[in-house]
Design a protein around this ligand. Structure first.
Ligand code: HEM
Length: 434
């Protein structure tokens, strides 16, 4: 075991923090070149001591570790003000195991098959509205579509009114500016300007959710409903679990609504952008969509998430001193598995910067190198859902339209919006009817 702490820059913590928040696509590769595979940063308030890993054997060690030693919930505390203290993302150990057990059935294979037609109908309705030979801002359209989808998964097919009220407020909530983030660290700001507006919006969302929960508690047909809220309201009775409180329900609903739409929308808009750039792959995609070959459509999505990781990393906070990757790390260290660096390693991915979906069809991708959904007991519960949703949406788009980049448009680069990596210019493409 090495006794020393991993190396890292000696710049002031504030400088490291700003670079980590705003310029991580530059910072992380630069630090990896300078310090090697494992390096340390200081990025308060997110983490005073952050150690970044990307080698497959280190990733495996972290994801397979005992969740009592590596707390993901504590590592995700930055999401607390929005998601709430009971959120699946924020709890650890027994509370996490319980929440996961209760939420998981809504996202298993059988449930996913049940959502397919819903996604397909909503995707059809969306692309029906596109006008041939015009520019579509795919990030915006995919955000609207995936929010519509996840709201129906969470609340069911009724409640149009609640959905109409929630939609603009949730869009506002995820458009968190760095200024608003400061208010999370300095609560006294929350009485003023943008911080107050953010808080007011959140209160409105909470009121809508609590009203919906109260109304649904009175519903007599809960057992016939398959939406997440109705499922969660049936917990208790003969299931052996204590029923969920209103506050717990609110936190899980907000978590699913937020974690479950922006991410998939980002992955889809990056994919549509890559297809507009690569006509030959687009043609293959069209053939696959026409013939019902989901594997190829899935490979398109997977390679987009590889090349443009939607979430840059996962976090685990050490509850005790521990050795990881041969380094001895003190309790309190936040261990960062860098999705961004793992996906850019040339030993993991030859032709690193080439968009080549076939790597996912030819069994080239080694375990612990493709990490868009994190891993271990904390692996994203929506992973299967988002791949299903993505393939269904791609099929609807590709069978209807040819995609091209607008004349003279520049290459897209990433921008961190909230915590997701989205195309900076929102992936505008020109659609032409087939
Ligand atoms: C392309 C789409 C998506 C991406 C890239 C993504 C990414 C991630 C990542 C990186 C994590 C952290 C995993 C870890 O710490 O190891 C995560 C967790 C989570 N995701 Fe997703 N996600 C996506 C879609 C979804 C969807 C559709 C839902 C809900 C329907 C969802 C709900 C969650 C939840 C609840 C967690 C917390 C899991 C836990 O801590 O046990 N995500 N996701």
């Amino acid at each position: 075991m090495r006794s020393a702490y991993p190396p890292g820059p000696r710049w002031p913590a504030a400088v490291q923090s700003v670079l980590f928040q705003r310029h991580r696509a530059w910072l992380l590769p630069a630090m990896a070149r300078r310090y090697g595979d494992v390096f340390a940063l200081r990025v308060p308030p997110y983490a005073d001591n952050l150690v970044v890993f990307s080698r497959p054997e280190h990733i495996k060690e972290i994801f397979a570790a005992d969740p009592a030693d590596l707390h993901a919930g504590e590592g995700n505390q930055v999401l607390g003000p929005v998601m709430g203290e009971h959120s699946l993302l924020l709890v650890d150990e027994d509370e996490h195991a319980r929440a996961r057990r209760l939420l998981m059935p809504a996202f298993n294979g059988a449930s996913l098959r049940g959502y397919r037609d819903l996604v397909s109908d909503l995707a059809k309705a969306e692309v029906d509205r596109w006008i041939t030979n015009t520019e579509v801002i795919t990030l915006d359209r995919m955000n609207a579509l995936t929010l519509d989808v996840i709201m129906r998964v969470v609340f069911g097919v009724t409640d149009q009114h609640t959905r109409d009220q929630l939609t603009p407020r949730l869009h506002k909530m995820v458009d968190i500016s760095p200024i608003v983030l400061i208010g999370w660290v300095v609560p006294s700001l929350n009485r003023y300007g943008p911080w107050k507006r953010f808080g007011d919006n959140q209160t409105e969302i909470d009121n809508l959710l609590y009203a919906e929960i109260a109304e649904r508690r009175r519903a007599v047909d809960l057992e016939e409903r398959s939406d997440v809220l109705s499922r969660l309201l049936q917990v208790g009775g003969d299931t052996g679990d204590a029923p969920l409180t209103d506050a717990e329900l609110r936190d899980q609903l907000v978590t699913l609504l937020l974690a479950g739409h922006e991410t998939t929308a980002a992955a889809l808009s990056w994919t549509l952008y890559e297809l507009a750039r690569h006509p030959e792959l687009q043609h293959e995609g069209y053939t696959a969509a026409r013939d019902g070959d989901d594997k190829f459509l899935e490979a398109l999505l997977k390679e987009s998430m590889r090349l443009h990781p939607v979430i840059a990393s996962t976090a685990r906070k050490l509850t005790r001193e521990q050795e990881i990757g041969g380094w001895k790390l003190p309790a309190g260290t936040v261990v960062n598995t860098s999705i961004l660096l793992a996906h850019q390693r040339s030993d993991n991915y030859p032709d690193t910067w080439t968009y080549r979906p076939s790597r996912f069809l030819d069994n080239e991708v080694e375990p612990n190198t493709w990490l868009p959904f994190g891993g271990g007991v904390r692996r994203c519960i929506g992973a299967g859902f988002s791949l299903m949703e993505g393939t269904v949406v791609l099929r609807e788009v590709l069978t209807r339209y040819r995609l091209a980049l607008p004349a003279g448009s520049e290459a897209e680069r990433g921008r961190v919006r909230n915590i997701t990596n989205v195309p900076r210019r929102r992936a505008r493409i020109v659609v032409t009817a087939r």
